[in-house]
Design a protein around this ligand. Structure first.
Ligand SMILES: [Zn+2]
Length: 199
C-alpha cells in the first residue's frame, strides 16, 4: 500500500507549466538549458517541486478519521523521531529534522502510521516551522479529541546554513501543547521520555 500518490498521478498540465518556468529560471541564471546535462532538468525539477508540495492536495483529517478505533487505553502515546522534510516559505529552501508527538487518548486511538502521514501532509507545503508545529497540533487535537496532545519539532534550515547567517550547526526547536500537556508534570514527563535513549 503506497502512502503517497505516484508522480504519474500529478496533473501533467501543471507540470508543463512549472517545467517552462524552470527553463526560464535556468536561462536567467546564465546556464544553457540545451546542454546535455540540463535537457531534462526543468521537467525533473517541476516534478520534484510538485512532489514536495503535494500536501496541498491531501487531507490530514481524512487520513486520521479513516483509522480511529475505540479503545480505553488512556496513558500517553508517544511517537518520537519522525523524519520531517519541508520547504521554508521565505526562500523555498528545505528545512528538515524530527518531530516528536504525543497524545493521551480519550476513548479512541488512531493507527500509529497515520501520525507520520499527518506530519508529511503539513510538511509538504511552503511552511514556517512555527506554523507547521501548530498545524499538526491543531489537526490532532480537533480530530482525535484527546485528553492532551504535544508536538515538538527540531529542524535545521538550509536558508540559514547555505546563505544568510551561515550558522551551520544551529537547530531550531518549536513546540506546542494542548489539554493535559499544559500541566507542567505531564509536559515534563513527555520531554523526559523523548530525550531518553532507550537502546
Ligand atoms: Zn528560509
Amino acid at each position: 500500500m503506497a502512502p503517497y500518490k505516484s508522480l504519474e498521478e500529478y496533473n501533467l498540465e501543471i507540470t508543463d507549466e512549472v517545467k517552462n518556468r524552470y527553463s526560464s529560471i535556468i536561462n536567467e541564471i546564465g546556464e544553457d538549458v540545451s546542454r546535455e546535462g540540463l535537457l531534462k532538468t526543468p521537467e525533473r525539477a517541476a516534478k520534484a517541486m510538485l512532489f514536495l508540495t503535494q500536501g496541498y492536495k491531501q487531507d490530514a483529517v481524512e487520513i486520521l478519521e479513516g483509522a480511529l478505533f475505540k479503545e480505553s487505553y488512556d496513558d500517553m502515546v508517544i511517537i518520537k523521531d519522525i523524519e520531517l522534510y519541508s520547504l521554508c516559505e521565505h526562500h523555498m529552501l528545505p528545512f528538515f529534522g524530527k518531530a516528536h508527538i504525543a497524545y493521551i487518548p480519550d476513548g479512541q486511538i488512531v493507527g500509529l502510521s497515520k501520525i507520520p502521514r499527518v506530519v508529511d501532509v503539513f510538511a509538504r507545503r511552503l511552511q514556517v516551522q512555527e506554523r507547521l508545529t501548530h498545524d499538526i497540533l491543531e489537526c490532532l487535537n480537533n480530530t482525535l479529541k484527546p485528553k492532551g496532545v504535544a508536538v515538538v519539532i527540531e529542524a535545521s534550515h538550509m536558508c540559514m546554513m547555505m546563505r544568510g547567517v551561515q550558522k551551520q550547526n544551529s537547530v531550531t526547536t518549536t513546540s506546542g501543547f494542548r489539554g493535559q500537556f499544559e500541566k507542567i508534570e505531564t509536559r515534563n514527563e513527555f520531554l523526559k521520555l523523548i530525550s531518553a535513549k532507550l537502546s
